[in-house]
Design a protein around this ligand. Structure first.
Ligand SMILES: C[S@@+](CC[C@H](N)C(=O)[O-])C[C@H]1O[C@@H](n2cnc3c(N)ncnc32)[C@H](O)[C@@H]1O
Length: 318
C-alpha cells in the first residue's frame, strides 16, 4: 500500500460487517482500501465490493492498485450517491454498507492535497475540487457570525468569536490565499503549546463546512437503509462528536417502530422499524491501537442490522 494510513478498528469492522461471504458490499470511503483489503480476505470469489471516494488523487491511486482485483469496482463520487452506484452495478441490495469518515493520513500529510497547515498550499480543503467553494472563499466572504458558528460547531473552538473577528480584520487588508496565511495569523494569537491543537480544530472546521460533510452523511444514511438486504449490516466509523451523534440518532430513529399513542387501535403513523442497533454503546479502539495509531484515538464504530420489515398494523397489535 502506498499510503501511510492505518485502518482504524479493522478487525471490529470485519466482525460487524460481513454476514455473507458471497455478498455485495459498499465501501463509501474507499481511500486506499485499507478496510476493503481486509474484507476481501473474508469474502469468496463471488463477492463484490463497490467503493466510492470523492478525492480524485486517492481514487486514481486506488484504481491502479486494485486493477487486478475483479471483485472491486470503484467510483470517484460522493458516497451519498450510493443509489447511483447500485444502479450502475445492477445491485438490488447490499449485504453490508461501510463508511470510515473524514480524511486519511495520506491526505493530511500530502502537500499536493492541500489539507495540511504544515506546508504552503492554496487554502482549499475540498476533497472534490469540482464542487463547492474553497476554504479561502469562506474566509474572505462569510459574515462574522457564520465564521464563528463554523469554528464553534465543527471545531469546538471556545474562542470562536475572537478567531472570526481576527479573520474579518485580516481580510480588510488582504485576502486569504494560502494555508500559511491562516496558520501564521493564528500563530500570532496562540501560545506555542496550544498552536497545533488550534490549527487542527480550525482546519477541521473549515474542511467539514466546505465539503458539506454532515449533510452528505445524513443523505448517505437515509439512502442506505432501503439498499440493505434483510440481515445486512451498516457499519459507520466516525471521528467527530457531531458525526457520531448523527449516526447514533439515525440508528435510534430507524429502530423505532410505530409511534402512535397506545390508545389507538391501529397504527396510523405507518412508521416501521427497519434497523436493529448492534452497538448500544460505540465500539472504541483499545489502548494498544491508540498507542500504535494516534489517529484512532477519537474513532467510534456503530453498527446496525436491517430487519425483515413487517406489516405495521401487525407490529402494533403484538
Ligand atoms: C478515513 S479515509 C478512509 C480510509 C480507508 N478506510 C482505508 O483504510 O484506506 C476517508 C476517505 O473517504 C473519502 N471521503 C470522505 N468523505 C467522502 C464522501 N462523502 N464520499 C466519498 N468519499 C469520501 C476521503 O477522500 C478519504 O479518502
Amino acid at each position: 500500500m502506498d499510503s501511510n494510513h492505518n485502518p482504524v478498528l479493522l478487525e471490529e469492522s470485519v466482525g460487524y460487517l460481513i454476514t455473507d461471504k458471497g455478498g455485495a458490499y459498499f465501501d463509501g470511503t474507499f481511500g486506499f482500501g485499507g478496510h476493503s483489503r481486509r474484507f476481501l480476505k473474508e469474502l469468496d470469489d463471488s463477492a463484490v465490493i463497490i467503493g466510492t471516494d470523492l478525492d480524485e488523487i486517492v481514487f486514481n491511486k486506488s484504481q491502479l492498485n486494485f486493477q487486478h482485483e475483479s471483485r472491486v469496482r470503484l467510483y470517484n463520487f460522493n458516497f451519498k450517491n450510493i443509489g447511483i452506484a447500485a444502479k450502475l452495478e445492477q445491485i438490488s441490495g447490499f449485504s453490508g454498507i461501510f463508511a470510515d469518515l473524514g480524511v486519511s493520513s495520506f491526505q493530511l500529510d500530502n502537500e499536493e492535497e492541500g489539507f495540511t497547515y504544515r506546508s504552503t498550499a492554496p487554502l482549499d480543503l475540498r476533497m472534490d475540487k469540482r464542487e463547492g467553494k474553497p476554504a479561502s472563499w469562506l474566509l474572505n466572504n462569510l459574515e462574522h457570525k457564520d465564521l464563528a458558528r463554523i469554528f464553534r460547531d465543527y471545531g469546538e473552538e471556545i474562542q470562536s468569536g475572537f478567531i472570526a473577528n481576527l479573520i474579518v480584520k485580516y481580510r480588510e487588508a488582504k485576502p486569504f490565499r494560502t494555508t500559511t496565511d491562516l496558520a501564521e495569523l493564528l500563530e500570532t494569537v496562540t501560545p506555542q503549546r496550544f498552536l497545533f491543537k488550534r490549527l487542527s480544530r480550525i482546519f477541521q472546521a473549515l474542511r467539514i463546512e466546505v465539503n458539506g460533510e454532515l449533510d452528505s452523511l445524513r443523505e448517505f444514511l437515509a439512502r442506505s437503509v432501503p439498499l440493505l438486504e434483510p440481515g445486512g449490516r451498516i457499519v459507520i466509523l466516525t471521528y467527530h462528536s457531531l458525526e457520531d451523534r448523527i449516526v447514533k440518532e439515525f440508528f435510534k430513529e430507524e429502530e423505532k417502530g410505530c409511534t402512535c399513542p397506545p390508545e389507538f387501535p391501529v397504527c396510523v403513523c405507518n412508521k416501521v422499524s427497519t434497523l436493529k442497533v448492534l452497538t448500544k454503546k460505540p465500539v472504541t479502539p483499545s489502548d494498544e491501537e491508540v498507542w500504535l495509531n494516534r489517529r484512532a484515538r477519537s474513532g467510534k464504530l456503530r453498527a446496525a442490522e436491517k430487519k425483515l420489515v413487517r406489516n405495521n398494523s401487525a407490529e402494533k397489535r403484538r
